[in-house]
Design a binder for this molecule. Structure first.
Ligand SMILES: [Zn+2]
Length: 355
């Protein structure tokens, strides 16, 4: 058995065990003289396609308040630069100032019809895998690629093999916006291949509020069972959370799956926002084993709102965190203050096969 595999197995057991996790710095000193590396496992690459990137986005998103807010917050409209070019530039600045070792950069596949062909009319946004790989190649010291593969596409297995050959060790599926039922047994072979290639499968779970949803029932955590039963390591993005007004409540389903599947994790993406305070609190207050299975993720560019956590952190701390202008750093610092930041980011790094 080689040294890298030994180290990985050792770190995995350390990171999912509370006592050992708290001793991680000490543990790591056995292997290196640096602190353990950290990863934000959920950072979006977005684009409007104005720089030849192949990205697509519908008018219903670009004409909405959220899109205009992000354009202004990230200062994406500047002279002589396309929005897609500027997004990459801002992202790199933020990653470099974040204090994190690396981020996983997510693509977004299309919706596919019954014959496995792209259905552009039903695709609300699209970030091609080649664009993800191109951006990561320009910044490989701080980014890893997380392409998106909708298993409903006719060439899903070929695309999986291609992405793996290009160095990807993660992939993302977003069932409610991609209109795919990942519990359908016809996708068992796809997930068996993911397992054989040791590709970690990230799947959106819980309620989506940032993009048009085709069917919210597709985001139910129980639909992950097929992939888990094929042996995949699965990350339930957003850990099945939602807003107070959302029905049904999917969080208990995620927690009960965690008990049954040791290769299931949840990420903390978007949990630092105001509308998720209740559900993030439920996860933080649950049994220790639940916290020990959470992976740090921000959901950049969607900003965290530390002020909404004043009840937990105190007004002064919440306001201090609120003043941070680097969105990745702000989200990471908020989660650190909530007691779930650094160790969950070290765990992300190991689970995501970065080593
Ligand atoms: Zn996301």
């Amino acid at each position: 058995m080689n040294y890298a595999v030994n180290r990985r197995s050792f770190l995995m057991s350390a990171l999912s065990t509370p006592l050992l996790a708290s001793q991680l710095t000490q543990t790591n000193s056995v292997f290196a003289c640096e602190p353990p590396p950290t990863l934000d496992i959920h950072v979006h690459l977005f684009g409007v396609g104005d720089g030849g990137t192949g990205c697509r986005i519908t008018k219903s998103i670009t004409e909405g308040f959220q899109f205009r807010y992000l354009l202004s917050l990230l200062r994406l409209q500047v002279p002589n630069k396309s929005i897609d070019e500027r997004y990459e530039e801002v992202l790199v600045e933020q990653v470099q100032g974040s204090g994190l070792s690396k981020v996983a950069l997510l693509g977004q596949d299309a919706v596919y019809d019954g014959n496995g062909r792209p259905d552009w009319d039903r695709t609300s946004f699209y970030v091609p895998n080649d664009h993800v790989f191109a951006v990561v190649a320009r910044h490989c010291e701080s980014m890893i690629a997380c392409p998106s593969i909708n298993p409903a596409r006719a060439d899903a297995l070929n695309e999986l093999a291609r992405c793996h050959a290009m160095g990807a060790r993660l992939l993302k599926i977003h069932p409610p916006t991609q209109g795919v039922n990942i519990a359908d047994r016809k996708y068992a072979q796809f997930f068996r291949c993911c397992c054989e290639l040791n590709m970690v499968v990230l799947v959106h779970t819980g309620h989506e509020h940032s993009a048009p949803v085709i069917d919210k029932r597709l985001a139910a955590p129980r639909r992950l069972e097929l992939a888990l039963d094929q042996g995949c390591t699965v990350v339930a993005c957003h850990a099945g959370t939602g807003w107070i007004i959302d029905t049904p409540d999917q969080l208990p389903e995620f927690v009960s799956l965690l008990k049954r599947y040791p290769k299931l994790w949840g990420d903390t993406a978007v949990l630092g926002t105001a509308k998720r305070v209740r559900d993030f609190g439920r996860l933080l207050e649950d049994e220790e084993f639940v916290r020990s299975r959470l992976l740090h993720g921000s959901d950049f560019p969607f900003p965290a709102s530390p002020a909404a956590f004043a009840g937990r952190l105190g007004e002064e701390m919440a306001q201090q965190l609120e003043r941070e202008t680097n969105l990745l750093k702000k989200d990471f610092a908020l989660k650190e203050a909530l007691g779930i930041g650094r160790v969950s980011a070290q765990r992300s790094y190991v689970v995501a096969n970065v080593c």
